[in-house]
Write a protein that binds this ligand. Structure first.
Ligand SMILES: [Zn+2]
Ligand SMILES: [Zn+2]
Length: 299
């Protein structure tokens, strides 16, 4: 297969050559075979063996090795959650998948400053491009936007209380003893939750059916066509219009499908809905150009 014959491996990491450390060969191999895991997440032995190696690295003062291990753990986490999100979409569990895609995005974002690969040996580029595409196929328009006041925040590494300026030497997002430093909020007060609407997508307020939303069916369909979360695909979006003025299934006393809350008989709207139509192009990994722009494919 194409990826097996690719000899060019370029990995840049601030963990330097530690990522290529011989003691991590097995885990590296498992992560590079991501495309063989269509529904299976990594075995528990993957996490436990890395944890053991990390403790040994920290005990021996090998910070760059501990950091390389954190990178591999994080790559594994991103692959697992991406696989799970795909399985959820295929099973029609769209809300659960939505959360997992978001989680995958966050994990990749944390990884980015510490680990970059030029070709797609670990599927990072594939996930970055495709999780965005999956998100774009969702018809969601409403999002909850909470606002908090943080009362108490502490450092995740040394538990120092953080005020307006740092009180310890640890930098948020940096890796210490193989763990990422981040602020831990120990006391927060919720001041408001706002429901925000994306005004460019008004069509989506009409069928609020959750996982049963018929507009999500195409997403399930796409996942069935793809077969694997690791299949490369791209899409083109166009807007189509559906006229429902002569639809006999809608009674005059029904709510108008345009979302006006008036009855179908009384509503003076143009009796049409515009909705996005997606042309999906499925490629394989050989057609997927890791050097090209996101979503591009080789002709
Ligand atoms: Zn600290
Ligand atoms: Zn109407």
């Amino acid at each position: 297969m194409h990826w097996a014959s690719t000899n060019l491996v370029m990995i840049m990491t601030t963990a330097g050559s530690s990522l290529l450390h011989a003691s991590l060969r097995e885990e590296r191999g498992a992560l590079q075979r991501y495309h063989t895991r269509i529904e299976d997440t990594l075995p528990t032995s993957f996490a436990s063996s890395l944890k053991e190696k990390k403790l040994a690295a920290v005990a021996g003062g090998h910070q760059s090795l501990a950091k390389a291990i954190w990178c591999l753990e994080t790559v594994g986490e991103s692959q697992d959650v991406f696989i799970e999100a795909f399985a959820d979409m295929k099973a029609g569990l769209f809300e659960s998948a939505w959360v997992k895609l978001e989680q995958c995005d966050i994990v990749l974002h944390q990884l980015r400053p510490h680990f970059a690969e030029i070709n797609d040996r670990f599927g990072i580029r594939h996930m970055t491009v495709h999780l965005r595409q999956f998100q774009e196929l969702y018809p969601y328009t409403f999002g909850i936007s909470p606002a908090f006041v943080f009362r108490e925040v502490e450092c995740s590494i040394c538990s120092a209380r953080l005020y307006l300026r740092p009180t310890c030497e640890h930098v948020s997002g940096e890796i210490y003893d193989g763990e990422m430093c981040g602020p831990i909020i120990t006391n927060a007060e919720l001041i408001e939750i706002s429901l925000v609407e994306n005004p460019s997508q008004k069509y989506s307020v009409i069928f609020p059916f959750g996982d049963e939303d018929p507009r999500l069916a195409h997403l399930k369909h796409v996942c069935e066509i793809l077969g694997s979360p690791w299949t490369a695909w791209t899409y083109e979006r166009e807007t189509r219009t559906r006229h429902f003025g002569s639809d006999r299934r809608i009674r005059l006393t029904d709510e108008c499908p345009c979302g006006s809350r008036e009855t179908f008989g009384q509503c003076e709207c143009p009796k049409e809905l515009t909705f996005p139509h997606f042309e999906i192009a499925v490629g394989n990994e050989t057609a997927f150009d890791p050097w090209g722009q996101p979503g591009s494919r080789r002709k």
